[in-house]
Design a protein around this ligand. Sequence first.
Ligand SMILES: Cc1cc2nc3c(=O)[nH]c(=O)nc-3n(C[C@H](O)[C@H](O)[C@H](O)COP(=O)(O)O)c2cc1C
Length: 220
Amino acid sequence: MKVGGMGAMTLFLSGCGLFALADDKKSSEALPEKGSVSGGSAMKIVVITSSPHPKNESTSIYLADRFTEGAKSAGHEVFTFDAANEETNPCRGCDKCGMDGPCIFKDAIENTLMPKMLEADLIVLTTPLYYFGMSAQLKIIVDRFYSRTGKLHGKKSIMMATAYNSADWTMEALANHYDTLVRYMEWQDVGQVWATGCGARSLVEKSEFADLAYKIGANL
Ligand SMILES: Cc1cc2nc3c(=O)[nH]c(=O)nc-3n(C[C@H](O)[C@H](O)[C@H](O)COP(=O)(O)O)c2cc1C
């Protein structure tokens, strides 16, 4: 199968998840010891989903739900924000916020998500892979971090993404973006799930990534 030029773009349409775990070296391999991330206290967690698919068909929302089940089983409080269906607006770069809030938009990001993020211990970003990056729905949220960049420093974070393709470079660009974001935001990464070969609900449900997402939550 060709993977260069147009071949690269068609691979994710023809991939079938047979190699779901092959070369997936970037998902968290060793789970932190139970309680070591939270120090044993209940954490406030914000999970951001960003798939336009219905909740019961989406692969990335499935991972988010498995993570949430795990985190709740360990006594953590989880708030979920559905970036694909809430009222959101992309940053206009007006700089009225001076990177220190408030934002000119009084939408669900400013009124609902941001207050939750500011008080959260842990932020979980979840996305389907779209042209080797995050979905536009999630990018809108990330760009709006601008209005509170300094106030969001010091959070813990987790990244989870699903993709149809299963080549070893499938998640490379997004993983690099996430690393850079964590560095810039002065966050501490505490888990990553790069679910390659998971282009359909049935594939992610039976994949090891689903268990990994649950265990990362349960072990916090
Ligand atoms: C606009 C669009 C772009 C996509 N780009 C990629 C891609 O670059 N690589 C890939 O492996 N899969 C790609 N896919 C497939 C999705 O990542 C995959 O189906 C994923 O499981 C969808 O997750 P969801 O059900 O949570 O939305 C793309 C799908 C769409 C609709």
